[in-house]
Design a protein around this ligand. Structure first.
Ligand code: SF4
Ligand code: SF4
Length: 382
């Protein structure tokens, strides 16, 4: 994107500030009236309108890069609420592409170091444990097996033996033929490359992914991590269908017998990349209901959901800030009276867990489904 193109997009924002808050008229608690995780926790410059003002200054050249500007931009979780809400009105500011572009053009010395490291790890695929999937009879398409659906192994599971066992167990229980490239894993992309502003590396990875999907005739890709789902959906040029693993669970619960769970009432955290980005709001809720659990929705839910605070690389680059963001959401979760918060994203899970909420257990939806099918192994999130 050129400076002129960036400015053109930025000028579609009149900095009205509407996207700082929820769109409903009646708010049950004043703390629930704002929606931008960074703006509500910090101050105006961190709100979308503030960030758009910064973007305008940078693209006009009358604002110069410095560490404060970079820190402000990297405090945004890229949750997508501002763009979503803006598009519901008479304007449509493409806030996410603007914010991602700003990260791309951030001078290298001002970028958070942890995000550089996360981006590097995408290329190495080091120390993966995907061979575990063999124990569950999961074939590798590159070994000549006739597979047209695969599990996408991203960085949240590629070296996480316990989670791979849970997922392998569930795939086996589903009775479906679902493969995984474990001899030579696909680049384990998630949002790390966008968070760090390394779109050029992402393009290379996507080219490799698309080529391999095409060569092996893959038609459907199942993603455990919503961040991978949204990146693959947005940047793949293949005709492959990318779906959330919650859709697989939902299909399974309709066809394969299981035991309903006995748990106190739960609430559900819509992961931004599953809900807002991939528009998958229904499947996780159907899974929760199918498991026999009582769901108590938070006031901000569905497309008005509040980010957990981990996104945009904030969890990696500034975990203390991510924890502050999470506390906003956990307050709302507790207000429902639920005793368990369920999520379908490894990053929401880690961020809520690091916040150690009192009287609220954090559970991964995959672990719950595995329990319902009698999985006895240790369920670990990350
Ligand atoms: S992004 Fe849209 S809603 Fe938000 S401040 Fe700009 S014009 Fe207003
Ligand atoms: S993407 Fe989310 S965190 Fe970033 S400015 Fe928009 S609402 Fe705030």
């Amino acid at each position: 994107m050129t400076k002129e193109e960036l400015l053109d997009k930025v000028l579609s924002c009149n900095r009205c500030g509407s996207c700082r808050g929820v769109s409903q008229d009646a708010v049950p608690d004043p703390d629930f009236s704002t929606q931008c995780p960074s703006g509500m926790t910090l101050f105006g410059a961190y709100e979308p309108a503030g960030l758009m003002y910064i973007a305008r200054g940078l693209s006009l050249g009358n604002l110069k890069w410095d560490q404060d500007i970079a820190n402000t931009l990297y405090s945004c979780t890229l949750c997508g609420y501002c763009e979503d809400l803006c598009g519901r009105g008479y304007r449509h500011t493409p806030a996410i592409s603007i914010l991602e572009e700003l990260r791309r053009i951030t001078p290298e010395n001002l970028k958070p170091k942890n995000l550089k490291n996360s981006a590097e790890s995408i290329k190495t695929k080091a120390n993966h444990k995907l061979d575990i999937l063999q124990e569950y009879g999961i074939p590798d398409p590159s070994e000549g097996s006739n597979v047209n659906t695969i599990l996408f192994a991203d960085n949240s599971i590629i070296a996480n033996g316990n989670k791979l066992k849970e997922i392998g167990f569930l795939i086996q229980k589903s009775g479906k033929t679902i493969g995984c490239f474990y001899k030579d894993p696909l680049p384990p992309v998630d949002t790390a490359l966008l968070n760090g502003g390394y779109q050029n590396i992402l393009e290379e990875c996507m080219e490799e992914i698309d080529t391999r999907l095409d060569i092996y005739g893959i038609k459907r890709v199942i993603c455990y991590n919503p961040e991978s789902l949204s990146v693959l959906t947005r940047f793949s040029n293949s005709r492959v269908e990318f779906i959330s693993i919650t859709q697989l669970y939902n299909e399974m619960l309709k066809k394969k017998p299981y035991k309903k769970l006995k748990l106190p009432a739960v609430t559900y955290q819509d992961p931004c990349h599953l809900g807002r980005y991939a528009k998958e709001y229904a499947a996780p809720r159907q899974v929760i209901n199918g498991l026999g659990l009582t769901l108590k929705e938070m006031w901000r839910s569905g497309h008005n959901s509040l980010c957990c605070g981990a996104g945009g690389g904030v969890l990696a680059s500034n975990p203390r800030l991510a924890k502050r963001y999470a506390s906003n959401r956990l307050k709302e979760a507790k207000a429902t009276g639920a005793k368990v918060i369920v999520t379908a994203c490894p990053f929401c899970n880690v961020n809520f867990r690091q916040s150690k909420p009192k009287d609220l257990k954090v559970m991964d939806i995959t672990s719950l489904v595995a329990q319902a099918y009698g999985y006895k192994g240790k369920a670990v999130i990350k």
